[in-house]
Design a protein around this ligand. Structure first.
Ligand code: FAD
Length: 413
């Protein structure tokens, strides 16, 4: 296999071209703007929200520049067929976590890589949104090739996900917006949600080889719709087949097994079966992102993430664990083990709504407070639901691109 140059060492989207992710060694032309040019939209983050938004805006004729703190990977060349290879996709920068149920960060819930199109500046960490004296955003400061730069833009979109989005809005505070941008409601950073991701595992007499099937081989959302329960919200569950390293980590972490006991447990690997939930956790203002005093390698304050499960969350989790265990026992699984402490996807912290007093953005992802500032990612979710979130994030982004086009056509942008 021919590996291309290290994507962490130097930006790949440069000199008017970007990697063609469908062709080994291929390139695609990329329109490029100088820092002196004023683009229509600067989009911070090119993931499930920012990527489709950039594509949609570019298709509608807007000039756009996307920024991502992560590299521009070539999926056909940069990844060996090995479980640990995906680790390089994760956002592993320092974050402070606290609360009664601190969220495990990194590989469980945050990525850092280019996932979009149009002009992308990869490995470009945006530190601040610059505000003009008229209360409008004038562009973004970003770090590249050893120095800070500034991209002028008529509009700025923040799409850094549920932790980095509020972090950037807080870090961009000015005298006029001392509590952070778009925060007249006081809700930026609040109502952070994760999804419950508990699991039940068991052992079958016959060999199963659970790692050979895709994880969502079967899925049920039954409990999203059935009213015979004593909690709000719902969940889905799916068949699981963790790869060996991850499974060993569950044994050492959740179960505390080491030495001979760990070895004995791993011997059962090909006989294991498992079910894992994706559960709805309710929004709660006490679950939030703020700025810690610690600083990162750019001198920027890192995020503090505070999280505690509510009574409803705990009731939902126990209900799901019981149902998953009943199902495994029904197929004859023994040695049942409940993994009670896992969570995954994030949402909230810049909620969408129809009232500026109780939300951060409107239905078009437009901030209520600043006429040319938008937020378009998983942070706009007012509730998180009991299924995987990414397709909803992408749908919101595509809708936002269409809405911006319509607003522009009516001269209302
Ligand atoms: C291991 C893993 C498995 C997952 N599995 C599923 C699944 O099966 N189904 C599902 O629906 N969802 C899944 N998710 C969740 C899904 O990836 C997220 O919900 C989704 O990507 C969030 O979209 P987003 O646009 O809000 O943020 P992201 O996609 O995270 O994009 C944010 C981007 O912003 C960049 N960024 C942040 N701050 C800055 C800054 N200051 N300057 C420059 N760039 C910045 C980041 O580098 C990142 O690339 C999974 C997540 C992980 C980590």
């Amino acid at each position: 296999m021919t590996m291309s140059a290290d994507p962490f060492a130097a930006p790949r989207a440069a000199n008017g071209r970007a990697p063609d992710v469908f062709k080994r060694g291929g390139w695609m032309p990329m329109r490029q703007f100088s820092d002196a040019e004023i683009v229509d939209f600067a989009v911070v983050g090119t993931g499930a929200g920012g990527g489709p938004l950039l594509a949609g805006l570019a298709e509608n004729g807007f000039s756009v520049v996307g920024f991502d703190a992560g590299p521009y990977f070539r999926p056909l060349e940069d990844f060996a067929s090995d479980e640990r290879e995906q680790d390089k996709l994760y956002w592993t920068n320092e974050r402070v976590v606290d609360g009664a149920n601190p969220i495990t960060m990194g590989g469980k819930n945050s990525g850092r890589a280019v996932g979009g199109s149009a002009e992308i500046r990869d490995l470009a960490m945006v530190s601040r949104i610059e505000m003009g004296s008229d209360g409008r955003a004038t562009g973004v400061h970003y770090h590249r090739e050893g120095r800070w730069r500034f991209q002028k833009a008529r509009n700025v979109v923040v799409a850094g996900y549920a932790i980095e989005t509020p972090r950037l809005l807080f870090a961009s505070a000015t005298d006029r917006f001392p509590d952070g941008l778009a925060n007249s409601s006081g809700l930026v950073g609040k109502n952070l949600m994760t999804q419950s991701n508990q699991a039940v595992f068991g052992v079958m007499e016959q060999e199963v080889r659970w790692n050979k099937g895709p994880p969502s081989l079967s899925i049920t959302e039954h409990w999203n719709y059935d009213d015979r329960k004593d909690f709000a919200g719902g969940y889905c569950w799916m068949a699981q087949g963790p790869l060996p390293v991850e499974w060993a980590t569950v044994q050492t972490g959740s179960r505390g097994l080491w030495g001979q006991r760990l070895r004995d447990e791993m011997e059962k690997y090909n006989h294991q079966v498992g079910l894992k939930m994706v559960g709805e956790m309710l929004p709660d203002e006490r679950n939030r992102v703020t700025l810690a005093d610690d600083k990162d390698q750019y001198g920027l304050r890192v995020a503090r993430v505070t999280y505690s499960w509510g009574d409803n969350d705990k009731a939902l989790i126990q209900h799901a664990l019981g149902q998953m265990q009943t199902s495994l026992e029904a197929v004859g699984a023994t040695d049942i083990f409940r993994q009670e402490n896992d969570t995954n996807h994030l949402a909230g912290t810049a909620r969408m709504g129809d009232d500026p007093a109780t939300s951060v953005v409107n239905a078009d992802c437009h901030s209520w407070d600043i006429p040319n500032l938008w937020v378009c990612d998983g942070s706009v979710f007012p509730t998180t639901g009991g299924v995987n979130p990414s397709l909803t994030i992408t749908s919101i982004a595509m809708r936002t691109a269409d809405r911006i086009h319509a607003l522009s056509a009516r001269g209302e942008l």
